[in-house]
Design a binder for this molecule. Structure first.
Ligand code: NCD
Ligand code: ZN
Length: 346
């Protein structure tokens, strides 16, 4: 297959940032995706409905109006979040989910929740209103090896939360292991998972063989090949519980290429091209549209996009960098290399 036409995708997990980085990164998402679930881990985080409204306006001002891009806003759950604020969020047409970061798990998560099993009134309110809980699924216990943190989170946190709140709608974000795939498959309705393009395309060798490659460092960290294979099988299976979420997470070149580099890979500039490459590798391009453009809207109870995108097998080179403001650079994943697919909106 050298060409396919699919519904316009949505990105169900993306970091658009703020300020100069927002201006640099958001147009890429807006050009490709109809909608995106926008992560709230700004500094300071987006914790109230009013803050989410203000952020939404900044995003709309940063993207070309003709794209018709719709940012779907989220709130950042903290230990100070109130039941009343969640009730307001659930009534609000622009807010589509609430994000749970275990404190210390990832970039800008220090205002997150120390003990996710100690916020029952908040989870009860989400269960009551139907507002989905998006989880960064890694434990932060320093005793737990970083490669085991996702599997441990499932046992220690997700399973108990599911037992206590069977009605709670949950998206396990950016899953990276066969354990997460197996967990999601055993769940009833109301539980889904996003999978990134980079976790479908790469295992941890890409980050560590032949030198340490900071642009491949993200959280949850890339895992071994067995896990990549499990993610590919899940994403290409057509199972409605798995959908596209790039976790595109731009940082400046200086923040990435450092003795303590930030976690996050910038993929939004070619999200669909990268997913197409992963699906093509296993001969499953026919399953791409379900994953990128159907399963996500169905989970969130939103209409499917009506416009279409044409994907063509056509090598194109990736720029070495994108400008951020006047002085900074953003290095995309695959910088200076080649993409095998090209996506054009129809
Ligand atoms: C994200 C970021 O930079 O905000 N980083 C990442 O590696 N994915 C945070 C996150 O989603 O964990
Ligand atoms: Zn993320």
């Amino acid at each position: 297959m050298n060409e396919l036409i699919i519904r316009q995708p949505d990105d169900w997990h993306v970091h658009l940032r703020d300020g100069d980085m927002l201006a640099a990164a958001a147009p890429f998402t807006a050009r490709q995706c109809g909608r995106a679930i926008v992560m709230p881990n700004l500094v300071p985080p987006v914790v109230t409905v009013d803050e989410a409204h203000a952020y939404r306006q900044r995003i709309l001002a940063a993207v070309p109006a003709e794209t018709g891009f719709e940012p779907l806003m989220t709130l950042y759950l903290t230990e100070q979040t109130t039941v009343a604020e969640l009730a307001r969020a659930a009534e609000n047409p622009y807010i589509h989910a609430v994000k749970l970061y275990p404190a210390g798990a990832t970039t800008n998560s220090d205002r997150g929740v120390r003990d996710p099993l100690a916020i029952d009134p908040l989870l009860a309110e989400l269960a009551r209103t139907g507002l989905p809980l998006l989880v960064h699924g890694e434990v932060v216990d320093p005793q737990v090896d970083i490669f085991d943190r996702e599997a441990r989170f499932i046992e220690q946190v997700l399973v108990p939360i599911r037992q206590r709140f069977p009605e709670l709608r949950i998206v396990m974000e950016h899953i990276t292991t066969e354990d997460a795939v197996a967990f999601i498959r055993t769940q009833e309705d109301g539980v889904g998972a996003t999978i990134t393009a980079h976790h479908l395309l790469y295992n941890r060798n890409a980050m560590l063989v032949g030198g340490i490659r900071p642009h491949y460092y993200c959280l949850p960290v890339l895992k071994r090949e067995r896990h990549r294979q499990a993610l590919l099988t899940a994403a290409t299976s057509g199972d409605p519980r798995f959908f596209m979420g790039t976790d595109s997470a731009p940082h400046t070149q200086g923040a990435k290429e450092s003795s303590c580099g930030c976690a996050g890979a910038f993929t939004a500039y070619a999200a669909l091209e990268l997913y197409a490459e992963a699906f093509d590798q296993v001969g499953k391009l026919n399953m791409l549209e379900a994953f990128t453009s159907v399963n996500g809207p169905n989970f969130y109870g939103l209409p499917l996009n009506e416009s279409r995108v044409r994907l063509t097998r056509h090598p194109q080179s990736v720029p070495d960098y994108f400008e951020v403001g006047a002085a900074e650079r953003l290095i995309p994943l695959r910088a200076g290399e080649t993409l095998s697919w090209q996506a054009v909106r129809l």
